[in-house]
Write a protein that binds this ligand. Structure first.
Ligand code: SAM
Length: 275
């Protein structure tokens, strides 16, 4: 089954219009590789038949199949470790100090492209290590979202092959994970229950009633074009509480003209106290 230029263009438009994802011209082989098997499994005889079914399906299920196959979900524990160090040494102390001053324990964190969960669990372990017993006194919430339901299922289960947990320091692995058979580990229930996993498309209007103290939106904007990125940053800014932080991937350059946040250090931005 061969992907024609015209079919590639249609898939490109769908991914861009629905999910903000921009595919470069040279990604034709990748699209073919990622979609061919599922298209054959579904009994379609061409890419066009599959594209038509995505476009005609009002339920959005076929579109979900498309994004589940097409999203790139590469991630690992404590990716870009400097972020977790800064989160623990600067962001959490600063935000808890200002929440303490207000007599509030309402700490709200959003991990906006959570993939298979390595990032939100890294955030949660960092928070639990930082707060220790104080954690229970907070009404802290970690929301972890992604557009792919396939990866979110894995994230919710919190089970990882032994090799994937190598990035977790041994003392943390002992504290927060338990053996789950088949050479794998699972996050203990008390950790899993602290994270709310939800499907959410970053291209949709944000439904949040309250702002977040910290937003991790890392290694997803690389898939978006400049205009989409700029628009998203504007909305992330609105969703950030005064004095709150945005963390993006180190390879995601944000032009200062496109960025209402104050620059803190590479890939870390802060919203001014006056909002
Ligand atoms: C490469 S992973 C990054 C994972 C993690 N943030 C990290 O830095 O390791 C990118 C994730 O963004 C998700 N994604 C792509 N487009 C999205 C969109 N429009 N809305 C929400 N998530 C999206 C993908 O499903 C994928 O899981």
């Amino acid at each position: 089954m061969k992907l024609t230029n015209q079919e590639f263009e249609k898939i490109r438009s769908l991914l861009h219009d629905k999910f903000g994802i921009s595919l470069a011209d040279h990604k034709m082989a990748m699209v073919t590789g990622r979609l061919r098997k599922i298209i054959m499994q579904k009994g379609f005889s061409s890419f066009s038949e599959f594209i038509d079914s995505v476009q005609e399906d009002g339920s959005g299920r076929e579109l979900q199949v498309l994004i589940d196959r097409m999203s790139t979900n590469h991630t690992f524990f404590f990716r870009e470790k400097q972020h977790f160090d800064f989160f623990s040494s600067h962001i959490l102390p600063e935000i808890t100090h200002s929440l303490d001053k207000k007599g509030s324990g309402d700490l709200r964190i959003w991990c906006a492209a959570a993939s298979t969960g390595e990032e939100p669990y890294s955030i949660m372990m960092t928070m639990l290590e930082f707060f220790k017993d104080r954690y229970r006194g907070l009404t802290a919430g970690l929301l972890a979202t992604d557009i792919s339901s396939r990866v979110l299922e894995d994230a919710c289960a919190g089970i990882y092959e032994d090799s994937k947990t190598k990035g977790i320091p041994e003392n943390l692995r002992k504290r927060y994970l338990q053996p789950a058979g088949n050479d794998s580990w699972q996050f203990k229930e008390f950790v899993r229950k602290e994270i709310i996993f939800r499907k959410f498309n970053l291209m949709n209007p944000f439904p949040f009633k309250k702002q977040f103290n910290v937003i991790f939106c890392r290694n997803v904007m690389i898939y978006f074009d400049t205009a989409t990125r700029k628009e998203l940053i504007k909305r992330l800014y609105q969703a950030t509480a005064p004095g709150g932080y945005l963390l993006v991937g180190h390879s995601e350059s944000i032009r200062s003209s496109d960025c209402p946040y104050d620059y803190v250090q590479p890939a870390i931005f802060r919203k001014g106290e006056s909002g």
